[in-house]
Ligand binder design. Structure first.
Ligand code: ZN
Ligand code: ZN
Length: 360
């Protein structure tokens, strides 16, 4: 599946025109990939109304030529930011947009000095992220595959959850299966948390062994065809006691309410409130310590944020996670997470794993 790099550059060009910018400095790897297909990890892309130029170093010259088309490659002879500044000066660009959240003070100083005094530097935060937020059908097709693969891997490791297995062993198997089954890798370090550790929303796998009657949180995602998935299931090693069943049912109800609230036109704040409202109804809101979800795409966390009060109105092409949870310190946590794409007239859950409580 080929990605429409040229259309994306054209879409940015229109935005540059509207903001009266000659060009935008793109210094974030997922963003230069978005416009060119270049997967190298060092460079700076300049997208102007007339074309795109990638400044990179000698290590990436061949790769950049192979991966991109319609993009000029400049191999730096001085430092990256000096070279980019020299290019901007030679190209005669005057009004240069940059994202202040993606450039350090030191980098900006160097590039400004090299570009010369005649340039005006205009902060343009989030310009590329706004474009990336609306996925094309080809991107959603890739994300569907990434979501399905994550689900298959998650279901595949359930059989490992026997008493005595270590969190790190399960995580290793998860990430081995990802590579083996064609993924570029995990979209974030997989979370495998047993017992009390499941109450830590971002637990890193340890040598802890699975005991009897413990909660298990598995949160994982793959990068497949450059796009990320991210999903969570919680299982119980043993027969779940009454309070765990109650918490699980509440989290599931919250997740379903939030998924039902996902539609074009709804705000992210409304989706968050749908989940939070259900948990409040069960007097569990204080145990829900993070936001309901986040955008997903080339990066595992991107725009839009699905959090309290967020005004962004969902539109066709947005892909978000829905992941309410309940974390009771000293006892354990429960989270259920799925990936949801917004279409004009409906929403689509991309992840395909049943959500009922699994007792092993
Ligand atoms: Zn996750
Ligand atoms: Zn997530």
């Amino acid at each position: 599946m080929s990605l429409p790099f040229q259309n994306r550059r054209r879409a940015l060009s229109k935005r540059l025109e509207a903001s009266r910018l000659d060009c935008l400095l793109v210094g974030h790897a997922p963003n230069w990939f978005y416009f060119t297909g270049f997967t190298g990890d060092a460079g700076l892309l300049v997208v102007s109304r007339s074309g795109a130029t990638l400044v990179t170093d000698g290590r990436f010259n061949v790769q950049a030529k192979q991966e991109t088309s319609g993009t000029r490659i400049v191999v730096q002879k001085v430092t990256l930011f000096e070279a980019a500044g020299q290019f901007l000066r030679e190209a005669g660009f005057r009004r240069i947009g940059f994202d202040p959240t993606q450039l350090t003070v030191a980098q900006l100083k160097v590039v400004k000095r090299a570009a010369g005094k005649r340039c005006q530097w205009i902060p343009a935060p989030g310009m590329v992220e706004a474009l990336r937020m609306c996925k094309e059908p080809v991107e959603i097709a890739l994300m569907r595959k990434a979501a399905v693969l994550a689900g298959e891997i998650l279901e595949g490791v359930l059989s490992l959850l026997m008493p005595g297995v270590r969190e790190s062993e399960v995580a290793a198997e998860i990430e081995y299966q990802m590579r083996k089954r064609g993924a570029e890798g995990p979209s974030f370090p997989s979370i495998v948390a047993f017992g009390e550790r499941s109450a830590l929303p971002h637990a890193r796998p340890t040598a802890k062994r699975l005991g009897k009657n413990e909660l298990v949180v598995l949160d994982l995602g793959v990068i497949l065809g450059h796009y990320c998935s991210d999903m969570t299931r919680t299982v119980y090693a043993g027969r779940a006691p009454e309070r765990v069943r109650r918490w699980y049912a509440a989290v599931l109800e919250a997740e379903q309410a939030a998924i039902a609230a996902v539609r074009a036109g709804a705000t992210c704040g409304e989706v968050d409130a749908a989940a939070r409202g259900v948990l409040a109804g069960h007097r569990l809101e204080r145990y829900f310590v993070h936001s309901t979800g986040h955008g997903l795409g080339l990066e595992v966390h991107e725009e839009p944020r699905v959090a309290r009060g967020q005004k962004h109105q969902l539109e066709s092409g947005n892909v978000i996670t829905i992941e309410p949870g309940v974390y009771v310190p000293g006892v354990g946590g429960i989270r259920i997470e799925d990936d949801v794409a917004v279409h004009a007239d409906r929403s689509e859950v991309l992840t395909r794993v049943p959500r009922d409580l699994i007792e092993l």
